[in-house]
Design a protein around this ligand. Sequence first.
Ligand SMILES: [Zn+2]
Ligand SMILES: [Zn+2]
Length: 346
Amino acid sequence: MTTVAAYAAPAAKAPLERTTIERRAVREFDVLIDIKFAGICHSDIHQAREGWGEAIFPMVPGHEIAGIVSEVGPGVTRFRVGDRVGVGCLVDSCRECESCKAGEEQYCTGGSVGTYNAVGKDGGPTYGGYSEKVVVDENFVVRIPEGVALDEAAPLLCAGITLYSPLKHWNAGPGKKVAIVGLGGLGHMGVKIAHALGAEVTVLSQSLRKQEDGLKLGADHYYATSDPKTFEELAGTFDLIVSTVSAPLDFSAYLSLLKRDGALVNVGAPEEPISLNLFSVIGGRKTLAGSMIGGIAETQEMLDFCAEHGFGAEIELIRADEINEAYERVLASDVRYRFVIDTATI
Ligand SMILES: [Zn+2]
Ligand SMILES: [Zn+2]
């Protein structure tokens, strides 16, 4: 065991504070990572404040981890000391179910293990990236190519893959019209990735406040959804709409923006169940779907894709003692577009 410094929420809704945690000794297939940067994901806040149900405390959030390998177990074949690596939302899965065998570990039905706020296969709690070091099985570690800076790579491990996976699955690319709903941490990655895939990209945002940013990030068009004319003008336009917002949407209105056979994919979810007139999908043979992060192999593919196209996330680098303030700013949508903690300040 190694004692390492971390930032943790001692209890639900309590501010995060500096503490120490124990990391397990490196086992046969483990990689010890010196964490350099950790992104702040909106779901860190949901979990630290128990917004999604009972959680495990103390909690060290963080599932957007970028760092350098500092030790490897004797059985490790894919990584060496000094490698630039990342860890996302999962640190283990059953490895036997149909999803795991298909490389879709995020949909594991035999029990996957979250990077934090979860119980590992050894029975102990998992602690996330707001810390100096982490020990992870090599099968759940990905390589960060040189083409993307480590700090800008961190948010790709959750925000990046959350958008890349549905864009690939629903064939965003040349000749396709893709809309991204919401221009936040997730949405800004959606715009960059869809643009790099060659799709014609439209941002659908509440207001035109971030229009200039959206166009700079690669959007071809930008519309305000608060303007009812937007829905008239864009009716029947898109092959694919990816919604990143968790506020309840008028799903019928958004489905009306799809072409025949189009899909509206949700990566954010409102807390309350939705009610929908099914004629919104029957007419036009449309799909209302969801998508959750991505598998490990696909996460590697996404990192290689981003590096090849020379981009990471748009970030605001902060010190560890600014985490609580950053949480408030995330809740107020006051970040362009992802906070990343410089873990050297822990
Ligand atoms: Zn996340
Ligand atoms: Zn599984």
